[in-house]
Design a protein around this ligand. Structure first.
Ligand code: SAM
Length: 275
């Protein structure tokens, strides 16, 4: 599975920029705001953001902890970190971005009050190791916040894009859109976190309205925003255009008057305490 959706070796090129521009502000940021509010992240605290990507959660965390606190973001993919480093941090704050694997976090033990992992755990080859590392990084009583999408069928923009890919570029490419939605069982998620030794584990569903800047560019831009980019770019340009037309058609019901898209997205949201 991870071989098909390989953030580490993917030559992402402009994919990370597409991710930040097209999905950062309207799709990932609203969930980041809610996750950090639920974690009650406050001024002066130290936050570790695992699989930080382009830094969407890291910047929200920095605005909460302020200059007296600190935020460290860790991600496997240098192109995502390059985009993160290019975004200005909130006024007066500093964010440290580090390249590294969630399974071997390059941070000291007990150095953080809060650890977040938004839409990352589903991609890790060894989820148990990653959770053990997050526990190691936290102080006793530290808080953990994790988000992983529910199943693809309940996240309509991505489901329509998967359908359009399947119809126009082949079932295999369409099915790859399932990977980010594969850790969708609340009991499985809770079990992983409990097995890693966390306490007071609470899982709930969270649905928010996600916004995207362009209805007609959504299909192409979202596909070009991650590891699917290389497979899509290898397809003949006529087939790519057929996909774009079909995606625009299927996404029509979510088009907004200003030419954007707006649709609900649902994630599992897990909160837990390090003993
Ligand atoms: C969907 S993005 C989420 C990024 C960010 N948390 C956000 O909310 O926007 C998934 C991220 O997981 C990272 N990732 C995947 N496998 C990883 C691993 N084993 N260790 C660290 N990061 C990983 C990818 O490079 C990518 O940036």
């Amino acid at each position: 599975m991870s071989a098909d959706w390989d953030w580490g070796s993917a030559q992402l090129g402009s994919a990370a920029e597409n991710y930040q521009a097209f999905m950062g502000p309207g799709m990932f940021r609203p969930f980041a705001e809610v996750l950090l509010a639920e974690l009650e992240v406050s001024p002066g605290e130290r936050v570790l953001d695992v699989a930080c990507g382009t830094g969407v959660v890291s910047r929200e965390a920095a605005s909460r902890v302020g200059a007296a606190g600190g935020v460290t973001g860790v991600d496997l993919a240098e192109p995502m970190l390059d985009v993160a480093r290019a975004q200005p941090p909130p006024d007066g704050t500093e964010i440290t971005y580090m390249q590294g694997s969630a399974e071997e976090l390059p941070v000291d033990a007990g150095a953080f009050d809060v650890a977040t992992c938004q839409q990352g755990l589903q991609f890790f080859p060894d989820r148990a190791a990653a959770l053990a590392q997050m526990r190691r990084a936290l102080v006793p009583g530290g808080r953990l916040g994790i988000a992983t999408w529910v199943e693809l069928d309940r996240n309509p923009v991505m489901a329509r894009i998967s359908d359009a890919l399947g119809e126009t570029l082949g079932a295999e490419l369409g099915a790859m859109v399932n990977v980010p939605f594969a850790l969708n069982d609340p009991d499985e998620l809770r079990g992983l976190v409990e097995d890693a030794g966390f306490a007071d584990v609470r899982v709930r569903e969270r649905t928010l309205q996600a916004g995207y800047p362009s209805h007609t560019e959504a299909g192409r831009t979202i596909v070009l925003a991650g590891p699917l980019a290389s497979a899509f770019s290898a397809a003949p340009s006529e087939a790519q255009k057929t996909f774009e037309r079909r995606a625009t058609e299927l996404l029509g019901e979510y088009a907004t008057e200003d030419g954007g898209l707006s649709a609900p997205m649902t994630t599992l949201e897990l909160l837990a305490l390090s003993p």
